[in-house]
Design a protein around this ligand. Structure first.
Ligand SMILES: [Zn+2]
Ligand SMILES: [Zn+2]
Length: 383
């Protein structure tokens, strides 16, 4: 029997590290840093060191942490050094923030708020940022970006990112952190200092998208749908009532609205043959297929195959394209960019520019959903 639990903030999924509105984010998860430079950029930090009184660190103070013989070698501003098994660098003031510089092949420096936890693992230093959930979401919205800056669009992205976070909290259930900072979870390159993003976060604090059963939705989005979104079952097998195909008049003049690529007829036939085509078409003109609206399958004579498969195989920008036989070449003329399921980012930006609210944008792309506080969401606890 499936049991449900109404989310209570303080009891939220024990083990996920989400308590009192805080989250643990593994930083530089796609790199394997052996050494990192921590620098205070604002406020005060405290490190509980190897022995004696805790050290207090203020603006511009540095700590160099290096993986050393399965442990950590820690060196601070006054040259004081020691070895530790792990390190907990705690924010002591409300405004405390820090930067991290990772000594990988291409040095990267990023800015964070909250605490830093550090310990060695087999190949790397594990760096975990314990920070406020809302400040993490602001960073995700910043990383996702967008070509136009509009507050209603940032509010929309914030609610989508927050919904995604809570929906996928089980991704790192067996790790010592809740999420990682790369696209396995959501891209996070540190805090946002963009005042428009930060006020969009404040104004949508705690809000998520639920389906009619009060479950968190799969908040899928893509860059540009080309004028028509795609039903979820076409891309991911599972049907969702709120992820159905809709016409989108808003993204048609945006940056990623159209694309085109060309190949020789021979190359096209070679590709089709690999996919099961048996070479029975005598007139190359029969390879043409026009998608004025979205079709699921490409057809050439009696041969059919899903456009979605062609998109993946040939790494095309979208599955919404026409095949045009032109002499000894084949032109693929497409619309949109991405899988096409859920919210179309460029359409959403245009809706925001035309004066629509975030509610109107979300309800346009996700049909029949409810926007409400996370405390009203049901969480699946499993069988
Ligand atoms: Zn992850
Ligand atoms: Zn669109």
């Amino acid at each position: 029997m499936i049991r449900y639990l109404v989310l209570v903030w303080m009891l939220l999924l024990p083990g996920t590290g989400l308590i009192k509105g805080q989250i643990k984010v593994r930083l530089f998860a796609s790199l394997t840093p052996e050494s990192v430079v921590f620098a205070v950029t604002e406020g005060e930090y405290e490190i509980n060191g190897f022995m004696g009184d805790p050290d207090v660190f203020r603006k511009n103070d540095l700590v160099v942490i290096t993986k050393y013989d399965g442990r950590l070698a820690v060196k601070s501003r006054n040259g004081k050094g020691y070895i530790a098994d792990s390190l907990n660098i705690q924010a002591k003031t409300e405004n405390a923030s820090f930067s991290l510089r990772v000594n990988s092949q291409a040095p990267v420096r990023q800015y964070y708020k909250g605490d830093l936890i550090c310990y060695p693992d087999l190949e790397t230093l594990v760096l975990i940022n314990r920070c406020d959930v809302e400040s993490y979401i602001a960073g995700v919205v910043r990383a996702e970006g967008g070509t136009q800056k509009h507050k209603e669009y940032f509010k929309t992205q914030a609610i989508i990112a927050r919904t995604y976070l809570y929906k996928h909290l089980d991704k790192h259930l067996h790790d010592k952190f809740s999420v990682c900072d790369n696209t396995h979870c959501q891209a996070f390159n540190g805090v946002s200092s963009d005042s428009l993003i930060n006020s969009a976060l404040l104004e949508t604090h705690g809000q998520v998208i639920l389906d009619k059963d009060s479950s968190l939705i799969i908040s899928a989005f893509h860059s540009n749908c080309g004028g028509m979104t795609v039903s979820s079952e076409i891309v991911w097998v599972t049907e969702q009532p709120y992820l159905t195909s809709i016409p989108d008049p808003y993204c048609l003049n945006s940056r990623n609205a159209t694309w085109e690529t060309k190949m020789s007829t021979e190359e096209w036939i070679e590709y089709l043959e690999k996919s099961g085509y048996t070479g029975k078409i005598s007139d190359p003109a029969l390879f043409s297929f026009y998608q004025n609206k979205r079709w699921v399958d490409y057809k050439a004579g009696s041969f059919t195959m899903p456009f979605e498969k062609i998109r993946k195989d040939l790494k095309l920008r979208s599955s919404f394209f026409s095949v045009i036989a032109a002499g000894d070449s084949v032109i693929l003329r497409g619309k949109g960019y991405g899988h096409g399921v859920g919210l179309c980012q460029e359409g959403a930006m245009e809706m925001a520019t035309r004066g629509n609210t975030f509610q109107q944008i979300i309800e346009f792309y996700y049909k029949g959903v409810i926007i409400t506080n996370i405390r009203y969401a049901k969480v699946l606890l499993g069988p």
